[in-house]
Design a protein around this ligand. Structure first.
Ligand code: FAD
Length: 250
């Protein structure tokens, strides 16, 4: 399953097998309706139904224009709704898992099932689900909110990203998960690796947890830099950094 591939590093020999992308009706928005599970006292609670192939940016534009708030923290995270749910994408202390009410999944047996929030197990950058099952849609909790307030929040998040992340270069986002009570970027910077290059791959000067492609990086360059970083950080601090990016292919 590939959303937009924004968290993937595909090895240089490519992928063997079938790559599935969701398009058409599986990449759209369904009608919103007031949340039946809440009392009239909280009539501002709504649910948006998004196809898993819908780009996050389109979801946010739709929510902003409709006056649905609560998902603004996703602004600037590239990818699709399905990829964000599968990865439990998050930023600025918030995660999409906290907003998921239900997901629709095609199981490996071919059944389409709706799974309620209470049956879903989200953790840091992961949704624990049956391997190879396909998320085809998600119901997300939002609240009615003033359009201008939503637009301002989105602009604020995008500004913070632009300041701290090397979005001027291609990358797969944060390479490593943050270890408990610390930041991968801080440990990598502490190990003196900012600006370290292998081939066309470079540890960003702006944010040490990003490996950027300066032009002609191969997946091999990136993987070598990733291993070198793990090794150096482990030697210096004893912490074994765990990759957040998904490495696939041959
Ligand atoms: C510049 C940049 C900034 C980023 N910032 C953040 C950030 O702040 N926070 C954050 O959490 N992430 C961030 N990311 C990483 C990435 O954008 C997110 O993980 C995103 O949610 C991945 O979405 P995607 O649709 O591109 O998924 P992909 O990268 O295509 O796939 C990711 C994983 O999800 C699986 N998957 C995708 N779609 C489905 C589906 N429909 N059903 C089942 N499994 C599926 C794939 O098989 C794969 O294992 C960033 C990436 C970049 C390049």
């Amino acid at each position: 399953m590939v959303g937009r591939g924004s968290n993937l590093l595909v090895k240089d020999e490519g992928l063997e097998g079938v790559v599935i992308l969701l398009r058409g009706p599986l990449a759209g928005m369904a009608q919103e309706k007031p949340d039946p599970s809440v009392s009239n006292l909280r009539a501002h609670d709504m649910t948006v139904h998004a196809g898993a192939g819908l780009p996050i940016v389109d979801l946010l534009i739709h929510c902003r224009d409709s006056g649905y708030g609560g998902l603004e923290f996703l602004a600037g995270i590239p990818g699709t709704v399905g990829g964000a749910v599968a990865m439990n994408a998050g930023a600025f202390g918030k995660e999409i898992g906290d907003r998921v009410k239900e997901i629709n999944v095609i199981t490996t047996g071919g059944d389409v099932v709706a799974t309620n929030r209470s049956q879903l197990k989200f953790s840091y950058r992961a949704l624990h689900m049956e391997k190879k099952s396909v998320i085809i849609g998600a119901c997300l909790k939002v609240e009615t909110e003033d359009v201008k307030t939503i637009a301002n929040k989105i602009a604020g998040y995008l500004k913070r990203r632009k300041k701290s992340q090397p979005i001027e270069y291609p990358s797969a986002g944060s390479v490593f998960k943050n270890p408990p009570n610390d930041y991968a970027g801080r440990l990598i910077e502490h190990a003196g690796l900012k600006g370290k290059k292998i081939g066309g791959a470079m540890i960003s000067e702006k944010h040490a947890n990003y490996i950027v492609n300066t032009g002609d990086a191969t997946a091999k360059d990136i993987l070598e830099l990733l291993s070198l970083t793990q090794e150096k950080v482990r030697k210096e601090t004893g912490v074994k950094l765990e990759p957040e990016i998904k490495v696939v292919g041959r």
